[in-house]
Design a protein around this ligand. Structure first.
Ligand code: PEP
Ligand code: MG
Length: 892
C-alpha cells in the first residue's frame, strides 16, 4: 500500500522527488538533531493522484489523522484545542524550489472558540487576535479565493484610523476589529462562513496547496524554468512557532555565504515581532542579520553554529529560514541557496580549499550558462534611461552607441571613434562590415537563428533581434518605437542583449573581467578572486574533458581569438564570406560567363584571393586541424536583388533611357537563378556539381596555401568538407575532383599536400544513409542547423520570429530546437549516423559544427554519443570547454 504521509523523522534530504525540497530538508534537519518544529509531509504522489482524479486518495484522510495524532501527542495539545490550541502551518514544497509560486497558510486550527485560549496561554490577547486575523486573511485569499487586496485595504484603513505608521501600532482592539471584518468579507464574497472546525481548515488548506500547483503563476514559472508539469507538490504540516509574540521574538532569513558575490560571512535579514510572510511582503524594514548579535546574543550564536553545521553537512551554500519564539531559535527551512554566476564560481573553489568538496565536484557546481553570463559586458546597476521597446535576447551583453541605419555609415562613424548601434529591419551578409564596426545590432525582424543573431553571437556582439514593435525606415534613417518615439540617426540608444530591452539614451556599461582573462589581458594572479576561480575550474574542465572543442572561424581574427579561447582546431571554416565584398563581381562574372574562357578568367582571378585567405587562417591555426567547407549558399546571394534590378531595368526601358551595361543580361541570370525555396535549392554540394571549376578552384586554393605554409616551415592540417550531401554519389564525384587537384598541386609544388576529405551530415537523407556515405567520407561533421531545419520542416530564417513564441507558450517544446538539440527527433538521426558511420568506417572522425556545438545541454548529448569534438563560435568556446569537462565528470 502506498504511504502518502511521512513524519519528519522518516524522511531525508535525498527524498526530494517524494517529499519535495522543503519536506526532505526539514526531515534531514530533524534527523541531524536541529531544532525543527514537529511535523509531517504529505507526498507529491498524493498531489499527483489528486490532480489526476480531482479528489484526494481515499487513504489520505486517515493517514493525515494518524500523523496529526502523533503530532498532538508530541506537543501535548490538540489541533485547535479550545483552552490551549495547537496551531499548524500548511506549506507547499515541490521538488524544485518555486519561490512564491505556491501557497502557504499559517495558524491553521485557530477559531472563534480558541482565540481566548491562545490569549491566555501566551499571556498576550493582542498576539492571539493578530494570529487570528492573519489566518483569516491567508485562508480567505489562498483557500477560499477571496481577492487579497480586500484584506490589505482593511488593514491600511485600520492603520489610518489609528494614525499608525506600521502594523505593530495596531492594538488588541484594532486586531479584533480586523478579524471580525475579515469574517464578514469572507461571508460576503464566498457565501459561506469561515470554517471553524480545525480539521476542516486543515483539509481545505491541504487541498488548496494541491490546487496551487496548477495556478497560473506556478504554470508560467515552470515553463520558464523548464520544470516538468507533472511532478506535483508536497505539503508540509508543521507545528506553529511564533515570531510575533513580542520583541523577544522574530523571524529571519540567512545565507551561509553572500549569494551575490560569494564572499564568506553572515548574510541575511531579521525582523522582530513578526511572522515569516512579513519579511517577504516587505511591510516593515528588516534589520541586517548581524543586528541579532546584540538583540539576542545566545540565539545569534546558536544560529551561527547551526549555519556552520548545515554548510558542513550539505557541503554548499545554504539558505535558511528561522523563527525565534521568546528567545528560542527554530529552524523552519533550509536548502541549497541560489546564487549569482560569479558567486557560484567563487564558492565552488572556496569549498575545495576548505576541504569540503573535490575539484570534480566543483566542476559540477557551476554551469556553462553561468560562465556565459560572466562573459558579457553589462549595464551597471542603477542606470536610468527610458525603455522604448522589447525584442528577443539574441546575443547577450550591453551596448551603447549612436543609432545608424546602414553598414556604410556604421563603418564610417566607427572609424571616427564613435560607438554605434546598427539598426536594420534584418541583416544580410552585406551588413557584415557594419556589424563588425558596431557595438551592437538591433533588428526588427528575425528570430534567434536569423542572420543577425547567429553572426552577432559568433562575434560575441550584443544583439537584440525581432523587436517587431519598432518600425525601421532605413531610407529616412530613423526608427519609430511604440508611442511614436522616434530614434533618428545619431541618437544614442542602449540595447541589452541579455534581456532584449531597448533604451533611448545611455545606460552605463562595465566590461567583463572574465573575457579579459580569456583574451590574455588579465592573469589569474590572486588579484581578482573571480578570475582565479574561473581559471582553476576551466583548467580542471580541460583536464577532465573527453570531447575536444574546436571553433567555427573564417577570419584570421576569429582564428586567433579561437586559439586564445582554447580551441584545438577549426571545425568549420565557412568560405562564403570570401566571395563577398569586392570579390562579388568576380562571382557574378563566373555565373554570367558566356563560355569556358570567361569562366576560367573569373576563376583565375579568384584563386589568389582564396589562397591568401587560407594562408592566413592556416598560419593562425598552425599545427591544429582546420576544416574548410566548400561553398554552401545559393548562388542568387551573390547576385543583385531581383526586385531592385527589375525596377532599374523597367524604369530605364519605360523612360527610353539606355539600360545600364550588363543589367539586361544580369536580369536574365537573376531570374533564371531565382528560387522559391533557396534553402532547399541550388546550394551546397549541388553548386559544386553544377558550376564547372568551382570545386577545383577552392581545393586548389586550399592545397596551394598549405604548400606555401609548409614551405615556410609551418604545419597546416587540412580537412576539406563538402556541404549538404544527401547521397554518397554526390560526395564521390566531388571527392574524385578534389583528390585530383590535390595530386596536381603536389606535383606542381613538390609538397605532398595531405587532406582528409569528409562531409557534413545536415540533410536527413545523409543521416539515414550514413553507412553508405562513410564509404567515401573520412569524417562527418553534423550540421545541426540544417538538420534541424529539414527534420522539422522549419525555415530557420523565419519560424523563430513568426510562431515559436506561441509554440513555447503551448509547451510544444520547452526551448527552441535551433538553440538546444531536439534529442528525440534530430538527436536520433545523429545517433543513427554515428552508429552506421562507425560500423562502416571505425576510424571515422565525428564532430558537430551547428550552433548546438556551443549549447550546454547539447554538448552533454554529444559527449554521450561519443563524438570526437564539437565546434562553435569563438565566444562560446569557454562554455563548450566547461560543459565538455562537466559532461565527462557527470558521466563517471
Ligand atoms: C549547419 O547547417 O548546421 C551548418 C553548420 O551550416 P550553415 O549554418 O552554414 O548552414
Ligand atoms: Mg548547413
Amino acid at each position: 500500500m502506498t504511504t502518502y504521509v511521512y513524519d519528519f523523522h522518516q524522511g531525508n534530504k535525498d527524498l526530494k522527488d517524494l517529499l519535495g525540497g522543503k519536506g526532505a530538508n526539514l526531515a534531514e534537519m530533524t534527523n541531524m538533531g536541529l531544532p525543527v518544529p514537529a511535523g509531517f509531509t504529505i507526498t507529491t504522489a498524493a498531489c499527483r493522484e489528486y490532480l489526476a482524479h480531482g479528489k484526494e486518495p481515499d487513504a489520505l484522510r486517515d493517514e493525515v489523522g494518524e500523523h496529526l495524532h502523533t503530532l498532538e501527542q508530541a506537543m501535548g495539545r490538540r489541533l485547535g484545542q479550545t483552552d490551549d490550541p495547537l496551531l499548524v502551518s500548511v506549506r507547499s514544497g515541490a521538488k524544485f524550489s518555486m519561490p512564491g509560486m505556491m501557497d502557504t497558510v499559517l495558524n491553521i486550527g485557530l477559531s472563534d472558540a480558541s482565540v481566548p485560549g491562545l490569549a491566555r496561554q501566551s499571556g498576550s490577547p493582542r498576539f492571539a487576535w493578530d494570529s487570528y486575523r492573519r489566518l483569516l486573511a491567508m485562508f480567505g485569499r489562498t483557500v477560499l479565493g477571496v481577492d487579497g487586496e480586500l484584506f490589505d485595504d482593511a488593514v491600511d484603513a485600520a492603520k489610518k484610523a489609528r494614525g499608525a505608521g506600521n502594523d505593530l501600532d495596531l492594538d488588541e482592539a484594532d486586531l479584533r476589529g480586523l478579524a471580525e471584518m475579515f469574517k464578514t468579507i469572507i461571508r460576503d464574497r464566498t457565501g459561506r462562513d469561515f470554517p471553524q472546525g480545525p480539521r476542516e481548515q486543515l483539509d481545505l488548506a491541504i487541498r488548496a496547496v494541491f490546487d496551487s500547483w496548477n495556478g497560473e503563476r506556478a504554470r508560467l514559472y515552470r515553463r520558464q524554468e523548464r520544470i516538468p508539469a507533472d511532478l506535483g507538490t508536497a505539503v508540509n504540516v508543521v507545528a506553529m512557532v511564533f515570531g510575533n509574540l513580542g520583541m523577544d521574538s522574530g523571524t529571519g532569513v540567512a545565507f551561509t555565504r553572500d549569494p551575490g558575490n560569494g564572499d564568506q560571512g553572515v548574510y541575511g535579514d531579521y525582523l522582530q515581532n513578526a511572522q515569516g510572510e512579513d519579511v517577504v511582503a516587505g511591510i516593515r524594514n528588516t534589520l541586517p542579520l548581524t543586528a541579532l548579535a546584540s538583540i539576542d546574543p545566545p540565539a545569534y550564536d546558536r544560529l551561527l553554529s547551526i549555519m556552520a553545521t548545515l554548510e558542513q553537512h550539505y557541503r554548499d551554500l545554504c539558505d535558511i529560514e528561522f523563527t525565534i519564539e521568546r528567545n528560542k531559535l527554530w529552524m523552519l527551512q533550509t536548502r541549497i541557496g541560489k546564487r549569482t554566476a560569479g558567486a557560484a564560481f567563487r564558492i565552488a573553489v572556496q569549498l575545495v580549499d576548505e576541504g569540503m568538496i573535490t575539484m570534480d565536484e566543483a566542476l559540477t557546481r557551476v554551469t556553462g550558462a553561468q560562465l556565459a553570463q560572466l562573459m558579457f559586458p553589462r549595464f551597471a546597476a542603477g542606470g536610468r534611461a527610458d525603455r522604448i521597446a522589447q525584442g528577443m535576447n539574441a546575443s547577450p551583453g550591453a551596448a551603447v552607441g549612436q543609432a545608424v541605419f546602414d553598414s556604410g555609415r556604421a563603418v564610417e562613424l566607427a572609424a571616427a571613434g564613435i560607438p554605434v548601434i546598427l539598426i536594420r529591419r534584418e541583416t544580410n551578409p552585406d551588413d557584415l562590415d557594419g556589424m563588425i564596426a558596431a557595438q551592437g545590432v538591433l533588428t526588427s525582424r528575425g528570430g534567434k537563428t536569423s542572420h543577425a543573431a547567429v553572426v552577432a553571437r559568433g562575434m560575441g556582439k550584443t544583439c537584440v533581434c525581432g523587436a517587431e514593435e519598432i518600425d525601421v525606415d532605413a531610407h529616412r534613417r530613423q526608427a519609430v518605437a511604440p508611442g511614436g518615439v522616434v530614434v533618428h540617426e545619431g541618437d544614442v540608444i542602449s540595447i541589452d542583449g541579455s534581456s532584449g530591452a531597448v533604451y533611448l539614451g545611455e545606460v552605463p556599461v562595465v566590461p567583463s573581467p572574465v573575457v579579459e582573462y580569456f583574451e590574455g589581458n588579465l592573469v589569474a594572479d590572486g588579484s581578482d578572486p573571480l578570475v582565479d576561480a574561473v581559471h582553476r575550474i576551466m583548467t580542471h574542465a580541460d583536464g577532465a574533458a573527453r570531447l575536444a572543442v574546436r571553433a567555427n572561424a573564417d577570419t584570421t581574427e576569429d582564428a586567433e581569438r579561437a586559439r586564445r579561447f582554447g580551441a584545438v582546431g577549426i571545425g568549420l571554416c565557412r568560405t562564403e564570406h570570401m566571395f563577398l565584398g569586392e570579390r562579388r563581381k568576380l562571382v557574378e562574372r563566373l555565373i554570367l560567363a558566356d563560355g569556358d574562357e570567361e569562366a576560367d578568367a573569373a576563376l583565375a582571378a579568384l584563386l589568389p584571393l582564396q589562397r591568401g585567405d587560407f594562408v592566413a587562417i592556416f598560419t593562425a591555426m598552425d599545427g591544429l586541424p582546420v576544416t574548410v567547407r566548400l561553398l554552401d549558399p545559393p548562388l542568387h546571394e551573390f547576385l543583385p536583388d531581383l526586385t531592385e534590378l527589375s525596377v532599374r531595368v523597367g524604369v530605364a526601358t519605360a523612360t527610353g533611357e539606355p539600360v545600364a551595361d550588363g543589367d539586361a543580361a544580369l536580369l536574365v541570370a537573376v531570374r533564371r537563378l531565382h528560387e522559391q525555396n533557396p534553402m532547399l535549392g541550388l546550394r551546397g554540394v549541388r553548386l559544386g556539381l553544377l558550376i564547372p571549376g568551382l570545386v577545383a578552384l577552392q581545393v586548389r586554393a586550399i592545397a596551394e596555401a598549405a604548400a606555401i605554409c609548409r614551405g615556410r616551415g609551418g604545419d597546416p592540417r587540412l580537412e576539406i568538407m563538402v556541404p549538404l550531401v544527401g547521397a554518397v554519389q554526390e560526395l564521390e564525384v566531388v571527392r574524385e575532383q578534389a583528390e585530383q587537384v590535390l595530386e596536381e598541386v603536389a606535383v606542381e609544388t613538390g609538397v605532398d599536400v595531405q587532406a582528409l576529405i569528409g562531409t557534413m551530415i545536415e540533410v536527413p537523407r545523409a543521416a539515414l544513409t550514413a553507412g553508405q556515405i562513410a564509404g567515401a567520407a573520412q569524417f562527418f561533421s553534423f550540421g545541426t542547423n540544417d538538420l534541424t531545419q529539414m527534420s522539422w520542416g522549419f525555415s530557420r530564417d523565419d519560424v523563430e520570429s513568426s510562431f515559436f513564441s506561441r509554440y513555447l507558450d503551448l509547451g510544444i517544446f520547452g526551448v527552441s530546437p535551433f538553440e538546444s538539440l531536439d534529442r528525440d527527433g534530430v538527436g536520433r538521426l545523429v545517433q543513427l549516423a554515428v552508429d552506421e558511420g562507425r560500423a562502416a568506417r571505425p576510424e571515422i572522425k565525428l564532430g558537430v559544427c551547428g550552433e548546438h556545438g556551443g549549447d550546454p545541454d547539447s554538448v552533454h548529448f554529444f559527449h554521450r554519443l561519443g563524438l570526437d569534438y564539437v565546434s562553435c563560435s569563438p565566444f562560446r568556446l569557454p562554455v563548450a570547454r566547461l560543459e565538455a569537462g562537466r559532461a565527462a565528470v557527470l558521466d563517471r
